[in-house]
Design a protein around this ligand. Structure first.
Ligand code: NAD
Length: 257
């Protein structure tokens, strides 16, 4: 029996990278899944990947920075599958390129906050009432291991993720007593398409990034998805308000080796 047998889940930013890996693994573990993304082509590829794994998925075109679209996403989940047991709020956007803080323009800052922080708030606001009505659920927000230390040239992105970290713990403090566990996963470097393209362009950055991880490599998306699915499942039944660092040891100091 799979970890999510008979459940229904929802993943935002599911048209690529970690979101896609989460959907496919969820299907392998027995869950139906809603694939939500602003990118229709990517979302449909994820649906195809879920179906190839023997699962059932519905693509819902969603911009998480738009509260009305987020509401419609949760309504579509209920009308297609009649339930929402777990969700992973994973979409990221607007961060732009690497940029010094004092050169970060208003549009980059606002768009990053709109998608990456406000988007998670809008998702929680719609997901939680449905789970309250069903008597429980599990939500996994995706942050980054850099929230603990900061990261140069990424002021808007890291600030948004720090907000999601705080929001996760706050939401857990409000709703865990009513059956909803709310946690986060903090990836380190992960070989998703955007990062792979970036490494191809700047091979010296790949070496530096790899060296920061005690495991001396970045993750494949599936390795992080495994943490997401575990937290979403009943196997993590006593865990709430926590962050699982799926980061290959980026926070232990191995730089002298
Ligand atoms: N890749 C890494 O090295 C890394 C490291 C740490 C944390 N993370 C986090 O992991 C998560 C997944 O990252 P990834 O590398 O798979 O990203 P990705 O860029 O491959 O995928 C992000 C998805 O979000 C979608 N998206 C963008 N704006 C959206 C919006 N407004 N509404 C809905 N969807 C939208 C994109 O279309 C895309 O499909 C993100 O939260 C990211 O911050 C990634």
């Amino acid at each position: 029996m799979g970890l999510l047998e008979g459940k229904v889940g929802l993943v935002t930013g599911a048209g690529s990278g970690l979101g896609r890996a989460t959907c496919v693994l969820a299907a392998e573990e027995g869950s139906k899944v809603v694939v939500a993304d602003i990118d229709e082509a990517g979302g449909k590829q994820t649906v195809a990947a879920v179906e190839a794994a023997g699962g059932e998925a519905l693509f819902v075109s969603t911009d998480v920075s738009d509260p009305a679209q987020v509401r419609a996403m949760v309504e579509a989940t209920l009308s297609q599958f009649g339930a929402l047991d777990w969700a992973s709020n994973n979409a990221v956007g607007g961060a732009g390129g690497f940029c010094p803080l004092h050169e970060t323009d208003d549009d980059t800052w606002r768009r990053t906050m709109n998608v990456t922080l406000d988007g998670v708030f809008y998702c929680l606001r719609e997901e939680i009432p449905v789970m309250l009505e069903r008597g429980g659920g599990s939500i996994v927000n995706i942050i980054t291991s850099s929230v603990t230390k900061g990261e140069a040239m990424l002021a808007s992105y890291i600030s948004a993720k720090g907000g999601v970290d705080a929001l996760t713990r706050t939401a857990a403090s409000e709703y865990s007593g009513r059956g909803i566990r709310i946690n986060s996963v903090a990836p380190g470097g992960m070989r998703t398409p955007a990062i792979a393209r970036y490494f191809e362009r700047f091979p010296e950055h790949e070496k530096r990034t790899v060296a920061q991880h005690a495991l001396r490599r970045v993750a494949e998306p599936i390795e992080v998805a495994q943490a997401v699915i575990w937290l979403a499942s009943d196997r993590a039944s006593f865990i709430t308000g926590e962050c699982v660092f799926a980061d290959g040891g980026i926070n232990v100091n191995s730089h002298m080796l």
